[in-house]
Design a protein around this ligand. Structure first.
Ligand SMILES: NC(=O)c1ccc[n+]([C@@H]2O[C@H](COP(=O)([O-])OP(=O)(O)OC[C@H]3O[C@@H](n4cnc5c(N)ncnc54)[C@H](OP(=O)(O)O)[C@@H]3O)[C@@H](O)[C@H]2O)c1
Length: 325
């Protein structure tokens, strides 16, 4: 089969398409023929050796995907022909990932594709939806009358956070670089859109009533602004640090507003926790059949081009596929 593999940490060009053996399922593993894989910035960080807890290469990356069950262990809850997604946090981190024609994983690493998602939507959403669900629900305990602010709003995390927060009944503030995408972000669930670079962003958020819950992927100096924008008893979930890993923050705002700061890491969840999380999330998304916006789908041969495209801030997810053609 064809598989995108890397053998040593380095730049993204270490990832190469190769011919390797189709995996042979052992124990309780299910063999799946992949249809689509979803890309995440973490795939790139992993190849660069910047992802804590990842396995030593060689293996294939890819944390999200949707495929068709080919072979099951005895007594499996799946049957041949089922379409499945990959909620398990460890896929493509300490074992082979979805950027391959076949994937063999323990049964509890897969879940059935929700009935209202296409295979493309299944490959797009799982990890960012689960991250945001765990942030908004498990960590921040978001309430329907609260306001959620999300940074990097046009990316995978941003759009997932807006979609879930809307379904939970919250008001949403989307923070995005520039305001070019404002109209589309409003269509995708933002009540209000602000510019990441706006020097008056703290005052503007306060004018809107402040933020009760903040999901931040920008990091760097923006984190101290998050502390200033948060309301008393606010919860800040730190998910990424795209603008920098160092920042200066004052403890005073945290103390006097009794803020809670949560570090989020979706890959900490074990397979059973990811399954529980997915079930809860889907119960919230199902009434309005919510899916994640897909920006562009690249052919299997163009994984490098797809990673390059992600650098320019797409609106939604970037996928690879169809892989099984
Ligand atoms: N902790 C976890 O468990 C977890 C899970 C998933 C993702 N993450 C991390 O969260 C981050 C975002 O992931 P994603 O899937 O949303 O990525 P993505 O789809 O590539 O989107 C990132 C968005 O962030 C904004 N952005 C990009 N570079 C920026 C910069 N230098 N400064 C400010 N804003 C910038 C852009 O949105 P605008 O143009 O709208 O500003 C971009 O679309 C990544 O670092 C990823 O590794 C962490």
């Amino acid at each position: 089969m064809r598989s995108w593999q890397f053998h040593e940490f380095g730049q993204i060009d270490k990832l190469q398409m190769e011919d390797v053996d189709i995996p042979t399922p052992t124990g309780d593993e299910v063999l799946v023929k992949m249809k689509y894989a979803g890309l995440n910035p973490a795939d790139k960080f992993l190849i660069m050796g910047l992802y804590q807890g990842c396995a030593e290469p060689s293996y294939s990356v890819g944390r999200d995907g949707c495929g068709e069950v080919i072979q099951t262990p005895e007594g499996s809850k799946f049957k041949a022909g089922d379409l499945v997604i990959t909620p398990s946090a460890t896929v493509g981190i300490n074992r082979d990932g979805t950027l391959a024609e076949y994937l063999s994983l323990p049964e509890d690493h897969f879940a059935l594709l929700p009935s209202w998602w296409s295979p493309e939507e299944g490959a797009a959403g799982t990890k960012v939806f689960l991250t945001c669900w765990q942030a908004l629900s498990d960590a921040a305990h978001l309430q329907p009358d609260e306001t959620v602010l999300v940074t990097g709003a046009s990316g995978g995390i941003g759009l997932a956070a807006l979609a879930i927060a809307k379904e939970m009944g919250a008001t949403t503030i989307a923070v995005s670089r520039g305001v070019k995408k404002a109209a589309q972000l409003k269509k995708l669930g933002a009540d209000c859109v602000l510019d990441t670079e706006d020097p008056d962003i703290v005052a503007n958020v306060k004018e809107l009533g402040g933020a009760d819950v903040i999901l931040d992927i920008v990091g760097g100096d923006f984190l101290s602004k998050c502390i200033d924008m948060a309301n008393p008893y606010g919860r800040i979930c730190i998910i990424g640090a795209l603008a920098g890993i160092n920042c200066e923050i004052s403890p005073v705002g945290i103390i006097f507003k009794r803020l809670q700061i949560h570090g989020m890491q979706v890959s900490m969840y074990k397979a059973d926790e990811s399954q529980r999380s997915l079930k809860e999330l889907l119960a919230v998304l199902e009434p309005n059949k919510v899916a994640l916006k897909i920006d562009k789908i690249f052919p299997f041969e163009e994984v490098q081009e797809a990673f390059e495209y992600m650098r320019y801030g797409p609106l939604g997810k970037v996928l690879i596929g169809p892989i099984d053609e």
